[in-house]
Ligand binder design. Structure first.
Ligand code: ATP
Ligand code: MG
Length: 308
């Protein structure tokens, strides 16, 4: 399959951004203060996470990525802004003085995570209102919208965002979270993974039952499609005309975190480049196969996608 030209594709990503931090060190003693190991930090790493990782995946595929989100007026927020600039992303990060930028800090010693420390709280309503106004202004300059819901509160106005995008004739792709999917009604595509889907439709015993539940959810919410990502089982696209399945491609799997971000980013870029959703899904599955076989940076470039 030939990979299409993506240079004119424009994708607007809206959602919860976070900063992934890694502190690598060595542990050689137990603290005298409490029965815990002491990690001496030797190296640190910082990566954009959540919606920021989605935007990074869009840019890696050669498309124009715009990102709209909220951060705190703090050091992690500034680090995120710098990392996004370096990745060629047109990021508009609204600052909320009362908000702590979401940070996930991992302390890693000898390839082992010792501890993860999370910083987060919900953004302010006024800041979100300002974000909604900018969203409406930016809509005409994009081809496809991604709403990346990580459940941190940045998408309080998601129903309105979907309505505005659809009224402007832009496809809306949503990576969902939580149990209340009513707020995603009218979107073009939802991309739940297995456990996210299970939370809303319950368990399924086989593919036939999955199809029945997926199609019912799709119809109830008025979606054009439901793309269920199924980890080592690949992914299945449910549309009115029926289901299409792609088996997983990766043989060697190193790091599956962020694969979902790559899927929705690739799907959006390829749709923005004029591809049919089924073709876009095949390319998204291929891109996911590339990133899960990689350690570190969870993006797939256009060249890697073509070579895969
Ligand atoms: N173990 C695996 N083996 C092969 N391919 C995989 C594996 N895990 C993920 N993939 C690929 O990545 C895609 C997305 O993975 P998954 O369904 O786990 O999404 P996700 O749970 O949203 O990911 P995450 O939240 O970690 O970013 C799959 O559809 C598949 O193509
Ligand atoms: Mg996911």
């Amino acid at each position: 399959m030939k990979v299409p030209d993506t240079s004119a594709a424009r994708v607007l990503v809206v959602g919860d951004v976070m900063l992934d931090r890694y502190w690598f060190g060595d542990v050689s003693r137990i603290s005298p203060e409490a029965p815990v190991p002491v990690a001496k930090i030797e190296r640190t790493e910082e990566r954009p996470g959540g919606a920021a990782n989605v935007a990074r995946n869009v840019a890696a595929l050669g498309a124009k990525a715009a990102l709209l989100s909220v951060v705190g007026a703090d050091e992690p927020g500034q680090v995120l802004a710098r990392l996004l600039r370096e990745s060629d992303i047109d990021a508009s990060l609204h600052e909320d003085a009362g908000l702590a930028t979401t940070v996930k800090l991992r302390v890693v010693a000898r390839q082992q995570q010792l501890l993860r420390i999370d910083f987060e709280n919900a953004p302010d309503h006024e800041v979100l209102k300002a974000k909604l106004a900018e969203y409406a202004e930016r809509l005409p300059q994009c081809d496809v919208v991604i709403l990346s819901d990580y459940g941190k509160g940045g998408l309080a106005h998601i129903a309105e965002m979907i309505r505005l995008a659809r009224a402007a004739g832009k496809p809306v792709l949503v990576d969902p979270k939580g149990e209340d999917y009513a707020r995603y009604a009218g979107a073009t595509v939802l991309t739940p993974n297995r456990s996210e889907l299970r939370q809303v439709v319950g368990r399924w015993a086989d593919d036939a039952e999955l199809a029945a539940k997926a199609q019912k959810l799709r119809a109830d919410l008025g979606l054009e499609a439901l793309l269920v990502t199924r980890s080592e089982e690949g992914m299945t696209l449910f549309r009115e005309r029926g289901a299409e399945h792609e088996p997983a491609l990766a043989r060697e799997v190193f790091d599956v975190s962020g694969a979902g971000d790559t899927v929705i980013a690739t799907l959006a870029v390829m749709m923005a480049a004029g591809q049919d959703m089924a073709v876009a899904m095949r390319l998204a599955n291929r891109a996911a196969g590339v990133v899960v076989a990689k350690l570190g940076t969870a993006t797939c470039s256009l060249a890697e996608l073509q070579a895969a």
